[in-house]
Design a protein around this ligand. Structure first.
Ligand SMILES: Cc1cc2nc3c(=O)[nH]c(=O)nc-3n(C[C@H](O)[C@H](O)[C@H](O)COP(=O)(O)O)c2cc1C
Length: 240
């Protein structure tokens, strides 16, 4: 199986240790690709909208975006991590997610996404870990993923790993290890269940695309939906 990890920080701190513990049961059985932000996607979206109108190849940051997209599409399990920075995911994570706006369901979702599973690991000092996880989940669910598990922690102590109490460290590590064991037991040859919410979102977007296509049959997103058969009876969760 393949796992792609998007680390919202380059720091080898608390978030990194939680992620390393999550990956432990997969080390000998998975092909793991990791990206560290901002290093592996340093540019900001500047709103040129060329990814929407032409494709991600035309983005000024195509080199980074295409490498991440390839790894995301090939993976069976996606892992996203971030500390909370001012109540949200890190700016580097948000900057990376902005580059994938064209993959949101109202535009050109990738059929592969619907069958994937994802884990989001966030932590904060006292408050903001949940909203940081939500920042990431918003993109993942609009990419089409239904099976998303959020693991959020509050340090309630120091923000440096070495200064946290032994009790706090082991409770966080035990909790993330338990989730990891659950995910390691999954049979990844079977696609994830696609939830009702993802199907409803898809059908609402399909109505919009059908209308847009009537107004302009050359509209890029409509042509993509049509080519995938989604304006007709095909559905991405049956194709991915
Ligand atoms: C710029 C910045 C903003 C932060 N904002 C918050 C916050 O809003 N809420 C919170 O509880 N912790 C906040 N923290 C603490 C982090 O969420 C995190 O616990 C800490 O950076 C340790 O994680 P790390 O070792 O993975 O970097 C902030 C830290 C930084 C550097």
């Amino acid at each position: 199986m393949k796992i792609t990890v998007i680390n919202g920080t380059e720091k080898h701190g608390v978030t990194y240790r939680l992620k390393e513990t999550f990956l432990e049961p997969f080390r000998d059985k998975a092909d793991i690709t990791e990206f560290y932000l901002p290093r592996d996607c340093p540019g900001f979206c500047i709103g040129c909208i060329s990814c929407f109108s032409k494709g991600p190849e035309s983005c000024k940051d195509a080199k980074y975006v295409l490498a991440i997209e390839k790894a995301l599409l090939e993976a069976d399990l996606l892992v996203f991590t971030s500390p909370a920075y001012v109540f949200h995911a890190t700016g580097a994570m948000k900057a990376m997610l902005d580059h994938f706006g064209f993959r949101w369901m109202p535009h050109r979702p990738a059929k592969e996404m619907f069958s994937k599973r994802a884990v989001i690991i966030t932590q904060c000092l006292g408050s903001g870990g949940s909203s940081a996880a939500k920042d990431i989940k918003d993109s993942l669910s609009w990419w089409g993923i239904s099976y998303i598990k959020k693991c959020t922690f509050k340090l309630m102590g120091d923000i440096a790993w070495d200064k946290l109490s032994e009790k706090k460290r082991s409770s966080m590590l035990n909790s993330v290890a338990k989730t990891a064991r659950r995910f390691a037991a999954i049979d990844y040859s079977r696609p994830a269940h696609v939830g009702l919410m993802a199907k409803c979102k898809f059908l609402a977007c399909r109505m919009i695309q059908t209308k847009l296509g009537k107004d302009n049959p050359e509209y890029t997103d409509y042509k993509y939906w049509k080519a995938n058969g989604w304006i007709g009876k095909d559905r991405p969760w049956k194709q991915g």
